[in-house]
Design a protein around this ligand. Structure first.
Ligand code: ATP
Length: 337
């Protein structure tokens, strides 16, 4: 049987935060370390990630995504519970773990500040024991796909945010790790750079079966990359599964839009609602656009289209699923609470 790449069981993590009192006295009390409050960042989180999957960790700010990923990478230890990554305990078997993972975390850089990027990449590769020939071939393919060309000769300190992120990704993947973690890999980047990064990650995943875990607030990343998502809210997993199941759980409605340049007659809403199948109703008819919503568990878009076509001709018909953006907005507003 295909064992999962990552297994997390009942992870819990608390942070202690010093209580900040007001004014000088409060600050002194904080310095003296008198009072702390515990914040439960991750609360009994369990999941499995299959080998070769690309999984998105979603959730509002402060939900516990980064803390969970930090436990998966071994940067921090869980207070209770355990993680296994390809059979390795990341916090206890640090060297074995480092060999098999690649990490891109915004605040941490693998690149040397004053050294040309090409030399930085070679240095990182040598730390992982990658042969010279493999290093040069990985740099060449990353340079082509991530458009690093002229950047390789520049020191990291001269790079823009998007340029640096592309180089960080090349560095994190230089030893072709089977598992890769990325924290917000496209945050603040322009659309073209986002697409380069997504394309590179897709290719690595396809070609080498790399398991990729990413946190993101960018639903374009999710649409382009992730087959499944793990939604975390207030430290707990509120959804773990395929994106289409997430859509069906949160917002199962489909929308059928009919366009007719001559417009829709008055009273069409009542007229069509009388003939539409159960589970479908006209939401609105405005100017050229008629919108029908339907519950896919009760009826089909085909039946809706037939019912409307039996009465009216349309110039154009389209069927829409909810966007992942709309679904996630609903989750953050409490739809899965
Ligand atoms: N080093 C720390 N010390 C104290 N509290 C922390 C620390 N890191 C995170 N927290 C708290 O733990 C909770 C979870 O934070 P975490 O960074 O894991 O969330 P996140 O889902 O990654 O959020 P974001 O989308 O904003 O990056 C938050 O309440 C946060 O304030």
């Amino acid at each position: 049987m295909n064992t999962p790449a990552i297994v997390a069981r009942q992870l819990t993590k608390d942070y202690s935060i010093a209580d900040r009192g007001d004014g000088l006295r409060g600050s002194l009390r904080t310095l003296a370390g008198r009072r702390t409050t515990k914040v439960r960042a991750v609360d009994d989180v369990s999941f499995e990630i299959p080998r070769g999957a690309i999984v998105g960790f979603l959730g509002p700010n402060g939900a516990g995504k980064s803390t969970t990923i930090k436990m998966m990478t071994g940067i921090i230890r869980p207070d209770t519970g355990d993680v296994s990554v390809l059979g390795v305990d990341p916090a206890r078997q640090r060297i074995r773990n480092a060999q098999q993972i690649g990490v891109v975390f915004g605040q941490r850089s693998q690149l040397s500040w004053d050294v040309p990027v090409r030399e930085s990449l070679r240095l990182v590769a040598s730390i992982y024991g990658v042969t010279r020939a493999d290093t040069e071939s990985v740099i060449a393919s990353a340079a082509a796909e991530l458009e690093l060309g002229p950047l390789l000769a520049k020191p990291t300190r001269q790079l823009s945010l998007g340029q640096k992120m592309r180089c960080e990704i090349a560095a994190a993947l230089i030893h072709r790790p089977p598992v890769v973690y990325l924290d917000e890999p496209t945050i603040g980047l322009d659309v073209q750079v986002k697409e380069l990064i997504r394309g590179y990650l897709q290719r690595i995943n396809r070609e080498f079966g790399t398991t990729i875990v990413l946190t993101t607030h960018d639903m374009g990343d999710v649409e382009a990359l992730c087959q499944s998502v793990l939604v975390i809210d207030a430290g707990r997993v509120v959804f773990d599964g395929a994106i289409h199941d997430l859509k069906d759980t949160v917002e199962p409605r489909r929308t059928v839009i009919f366009r007719r340049s001559s417009g829709w007659s008055e009273g069409i809403v009542e007229e069509l609602n009388a003939v539409l199948p159960d589970g479908a109703r006209v939401e609105e008819a405005q100017d050229a656009v008629l919108t029908v919503v339907l519950d896919p568990l009760t009826t089909t878009s085909g039946r809706v289209v037939s019912a409307v076509a039996s009465r009216y001709e349309s110039d154009e018909v389209s069927v829409h699923e909810p966007t992942i953006e709309a679904v996630v907005r609903q989750i953050y507003a409490g739809a899965l609470a």
